[in-house]
Design a protein around this ligand. Structure first.
Ligand SMILES: Nc1ncnc2c1ncn2[C@@H]1O[C@H](COP(=O)(O)OP(=O)(O)O)[C@@H](O)[C@H]1O
Ligand SMILES: C[C@@](O)(CCOP(=O)(O)OP(=O)(O)O)CC(=O)O
Length: 512
């Protein structure tokens, strides 16, 4: 038996920093970048005395990092003990395995199904993790080979290419010391997608949830409960592995897909955080019985809108240190920061409302919507009002312009926040680029996703205006990424994605 599960990467288009505090919402889009986890047994048959084993074996392979780690898994405690070299460990996958095995044991009470879990565990777990290229930065290699910074060059990379390590620390300064290098990534939430895909694959493999393949989602109660279990376990494992409780929007997007997210109360994880004393099975029993109070309201881009991401440089920014600076500013200047906070909350919810209105208009007035959006895609925003020839079309243009204004307002207050907190949330170089982008034909929104900084820029364009924006970005040294919005969350896959790539290549050879 083999189980393959995948989970998407994310882009937070609005709500950075605010989403750390309930009840502020963040608008998060899930993407075509997916992380895959493949679970297989390590051995097909079991010796007669295996029922008495206290330990089983686990192997975790990350082909892209050329890493393989082996462990012993305690059958009763669900804990792992490393049996290979320390350098190859992956804390996210380790926590994902421990929490998922403990959760399967805690939630499966039927005797027969419990026996199946024990048998599957005794056969050992062979887990492979694979992240789409979109999660990783190839900018340095492209530049080193003197190739242009275009999406076509990214397309020419083989799928699941090896990942390079940064020789610099996250904030771009070299340490000079021989420290463990960071993976060069694009900020799509590889660790959250990886953790979620492993949790989903292990829970499904052990029969604790019943995930569906894309397009097969039944949307019934059992499926939803399954997703909620994946969410609770993935959030817990991710927080423990990264040693802090963030807002959790990245894990939520990896589980439920594009959404309007309100964070869970951090107290839910106090048992998981308590060091010493509590055993993992007790922690997990507590976590699965907690009332998870996060919100994941359905939300995605209206039709004929394209999410485009660009990598403006190398190095990126360190999210935790930026969050630290913003929090210090909130403490030192509560009045001003509250003011910025409430202006941002208003602008974020205005953007959400306008995008929801546009979605509704696209459903109820399809023809008018399509004609307006296609016409506006060839025009700069100043001329958008000219395309409306009836009331429906006027409504659509009004909403497009209101969404655009909300985007500008968000940028203004994010910049303000950055200046006040002394961190470049929207650095000057990005401001110039984003202003120029906003003035191009068919551009609706743009900004710095998530915590901002030097990591990435995004834009949402109308019709096929994304091509011109990508060309403009390439010409100024910003690498347009291949990734787009895809609202689907975690899902089951029918095969190892590497075999699918091979069969796709074979069929394309046959077709040609
Ligand atoms: N393919 C992979 N194999 C193993 N570990 C990976 C892989 N991709 C990402 N990771 C882990 O995830 C970490 C990056 O996670 P994080 O710092 O949260 O960045 P992101 O913004 O992409 O989530 C890496 O340092 C590495 O530990
Ligand atoms: C500041 C934040 O609200 C948003 C950070 O968003 P990013 O998308 O920048 O996240 P990373 O992938 O962790 O770098 C922190 C949070 O919500 O946890």
């Amino acid at each position: 038996m083999e189980v393959v599960a995948s989970a998407p990467g994310k882009v937070l288009i609005a709500g950075g920093y605010l989403v750390l505090e309930r009840p502020n919402a963040g608008l998060v889009l899930s993407t075509t970048a997916r992380f895959y986890a493949v679970v297989r047994p390590l051995r097909d048959s079991l010796p007669a005395d295996s029922w008495a084993w206290a330990w089983t074996d686990v192997k975790v392979t990350s082909p892209q990092l050329s890493r393989e780690a082996t462990y012993k898994l305690s059958i009763t405690k669900s804990t792992l003990q490393l049996t290979s070299a320390r350098e190859s460990t992956n804390p996210f996958v380790e926590q994902a395995i421990q929490f998922s095995v403990a959760a399967a044991k805690a939630t499966i009470i039927d005797k027969e199904r419990k026996d199946v879990v024990d048998k599957l565990l005794l056969q050992g777990l062979n887990i492979t993790v694979l992240g789409c290229n979109d999660f990783y930065s190839y900018r340095k290699q492209i530049e080193a080979r003197g190739l242009p910074l275009t999406p076509e060059v990214l397309l020419s990379l083989p799928p699941f290419s090896s990942i390079t390590f940064n020789s610099e620390v996250a904030n771009g300064t070299t340490t000079g010391e021989k420290c463990k290098p960071e993976v060069a990534k694009t900020g799509l939430g590889s660790s959250a997608a990886m953790t979620t895909s492993v949790v989903a694959a292990v829970l499904h493999y052990l029969g604790a949830v019943n995930l569906s393949c894309p397009g097969q989602s039944s949307g019934d109660n059992a499926t939803e409960q399954g997703l909620d279990l994946v969410h609770a376990i993935a959030q817990s494992a991710h927080c423990i592995a990264q040693g802090k409780i963030g807002s959790g929007f990245d894990v939520s997007a990896a589980v439920y897909g594009s959404q309007c997210y309100v964070r869970f109360s951090p107290e839910i994880l106090s048992s998981a955080q308590a060091t010493g004393g509590t055993s993992l099975p007790d922690v997990v029993s507590d976590i699965v019985t907690q009332r998870w109070d996060h919100e994941n309201k359905q939300f995605s881009l209206p039709p004929l809108m394209t999410l485009l991401l660009g990598e403006p440089g190398t190095g990126g920014s360190s999210t935790p240190s930026m969050v630290g600076s913003v929090k210090r500013w909130q403490k030192s200047d509560p009045e001003k920061s509250k003011d910025t906070w409430s202006k941002l909350a208003i602008a974020n919810s205005a953007l959400e409302n306008q995008l929801r209105i546009l979605k509704g208009l696209s459903e109820n007035h399809r023809e008018a919507y399509e004609s307006v959006v296609r016409s506006c895609s060839h025009l700069t925003y100043g001329k958008w009002t000219e395309v409306a020839t009836n009331q429906d079309q006027e409504l659509i243009v009004r909403s497009l312009l209101a969404a655009r204004d909300a985007s500008l307002e968000i940028r203004l207050h994010m910049r303000e926040m950055g200046i006040a907190a002394g961190v470049p949330i929207e650095p000057d170089s990005q401001t110039q680029l984003l202003d120029a982008t906003m003035n191009m034909e068919g551009v609706l929104l743009s900004g710095v996703p998530g915590a901002g900084g030097f990591d990435a820029v995004y834009s949402v364009t109308l019709g096929d205006a994304n091509n011109a924006v990508a060309n403009a970005w390439s010409s100024v040294g910003v690498l347009p990424l291949l990734v787009r919005e895809d609202c689907h969350g975690v899902s089951l896959e029918d095969a190892d994605p590497r075999t699918r790539e091979v069969s796709a290549a074979v069929s394309s050879i046959q077709i040609n």
